[in-house]
Design a protein around this ligand. Structure first.
Ligand code: SF4
Length: 346
C-alpha cells in the first residue's frame, strides 16, 4: 500500500506538471516514440526537439525511413554525435519493414532484438508505446530512485536494484506514465545539482533529503582516466584542388562516416617514416602543419597532426572520392574531421 501511495503521488504530480514534448501523445505512435528515444540517447531534450521535427518531416513513418539512403540519414544526423546511433536507426527501420511488416514488435523481448535498441530503450518503448508493464531505467530514473531510497549501491552496478524498485513502484498498466513522470522529475526537480526538493511530490518519502545532501546520490564508482591517442591525418589534394575523402568501415567508431585518410590512432605518436608509409599515396611530398587538432571521444582524447600534400594524379584510391573543399558540406563529416578542415589554409 505504501508503494501504491508513493506511486500515485508522483502520477498526480505528472498529471499536473508534465512537460509538453512533441513526441508525447495520449495515443502514442511507436515510430515516434522510438525515434525520440533514439535521438534522446546521449542528447538533451532541447537539442532533440527541433531535430526530431526535422526527421519527422523528412521521414514521417518507418517505411519512409527504411527507404532512405544511409548517407541521407547520416547527413541529417550531423552534430548529434555517436554516429553508430544513426546507422542503427537506419538498420532498425529496415529490419522493422523487412522482418516485421512495418510494425514494431510490441514487447520488450521483441524490441531488444532490433539494432540500436538496448535494455532501456526496449523497456521505454514497450511501456510508453504499447502499455506494457516494464521498468525502463535511464540516468534520470537512477538518480530519482537512488535518492528516494538513499541507495548506497555504486552506479552503474546498482542499476538492477533500481530496476527492481521501479517494477515494485509502477502501478500495473501505468508503467509508461510512471517512467515519463520520473524522467520529468529528474529533468526539472530532482536535478543532479541543487534538487528542488521543496517542489517535489516525494519530499516526505525521500530518504536522501532526510539525510540532508541528496546530491550525494547516486553513488558512483570511481571514473577511469581517459587515455590520449595520437595520429596523423592526410589532407591530399589533386591538380584540380580537390581533396581526398574516404568512407570509414561500417562497424566501429564513426562507422560509415566520411573522413580524410589517417594513420591508426595509437597511444604514442609514430615516427615520420612510419607515418609516411601509411599515407594514401606514398610518393607525395608531405608538409606537416603547425599545431594539432584535438578532439575528445567517449573513451579517449585524440590529438591529430595534419599533413598536407598534393598529387598530380587523381586516380581513385580505395573506397574514396575526390571532393572540392567548397562541396565538403554535402558529405557526412564527423566533428573531428570538421576540425581538420578548420585548420587548413584554404
Ligand atoms: S525530495 Fe529531492 S532528492 Fe528526493 S526525489 Fe525529490 S527532488 Fe529528488
Amino acid at each position: 500500500m505504501a508503494e501504491q501511495a508513493t506511486a500515485l503521488q508522483l502520477l498526480d504530480w505528472y498529471g499536473r506538471e508534465r512537460r509538453t514534448l512533441p513526441w508525447r501523445s495520449d495515443n502514442p505512435d511507436p515510430y515516434r516514440v522510438w525515434l525520440s528515444e533514439v535521438l534522446l540517447q546521449q542528447t538533451t531534450v532541447a537539442t532533440v526537439k527541433p531535430r526530431y521535427q526535422k526527421f519527422l518531416e523528412r521521414w514521417p513513418d518507418v517505411l519512409a525511413l527504411a527507404a532512405a539512403s544511409l548517407d541521407d540519414v547520416l547527413h541529417e544526423w550531423q552534430g548529434l554525435g555517436y554516429y553508430a546511433r544513426a546507422r542503427n536507426l537506419h538498420a532498425c527501420a529496415q529490419k522493422v519493414v523487412g522482418d516485421h511488416g512495418g510494425r514494431f514488435p510490441d514487447t520488450e523481448d521483441g524490441l531488444i532484438t532490433l539494432p540500436g535498441i538496448g535494455d532501456y530503450t526496449a523497456a521505454a518503448i514497450a511501456a510508453i508505446a504499447f502499455g506494457q508493464d516494464t521498468a525502463p531505467v535511464d540516468g534520470n530514473i537512477i538518480r530519482v530512485i537512488s535518492r528516494l531510497d538513499a541507495m548506497d549501491d555504486k552506479m552503474p552496478a546498482g542499476k538492477q536494484r533500481v530496476k527492481v524498485r521501479v517494477s515494485e513502484l509502477a502501478p500495473p498498466g501505468r508503467a509508461g506514465d510512471f517512467a515519463q513522470a520520473m524522467m520529468d522529475l529528474g529533468a526539472g526537480i530532482c536535478t543532479p545539482k541543487n534538487p528542488k526538493c521543496d517542489r517535489c511530490p516525494w519530499v516526505s518519502e525521500c530518504r536522501a533529503t532526510k539525510q540532508d545532501d541528496p546530491a550525494l546520490f547516486p553513488r558512483k564508482a570511481a571514473k577511469k582516466e581517459r587515455p590520449t591517442r595520437y595520429g596523423v591525418v592526410f589532407w591530399l589534394t589533386d591538380g584540380d584542388g580537390r581533396v581526398h575523402l574516404r568512407r570509414r568501415a561500417e562497424k566501429g567508431l564513426l562507422g560509415g562516416m566520411m573522413e580524410f585518410p589517417s594513420t591508426d590512432w595509437l597511444e604514442a605518436q609514430e615516427d615520420d617514416a612510419t607515418v609516411a608509409g601509411q599515407a594514401p599515396l606514398p610518393t607525395t611530398v608531405w608538409h606537416a602543419l603547425d599545431g594539432e587538432v584535438a578532439h575528445t571521444f567517449t573513451h579517449f582524447h585524440l590529438r591529430l597532426q595534419v599533413w598536407t600534400g598534393q598529387t598530380g594524379e587523381s586516380r581513385n584510391l580505395d573506397n574514396g572520392v575526390w571532393v572540392h573543399p567548397s562541396d565538403l558540406g554535402s558529405h557526412a563529416l564527423p566533428t573531428v574531421m570538421k576540425k581538420v578542415v578548420a585548420v587548413i589554409p584554404l
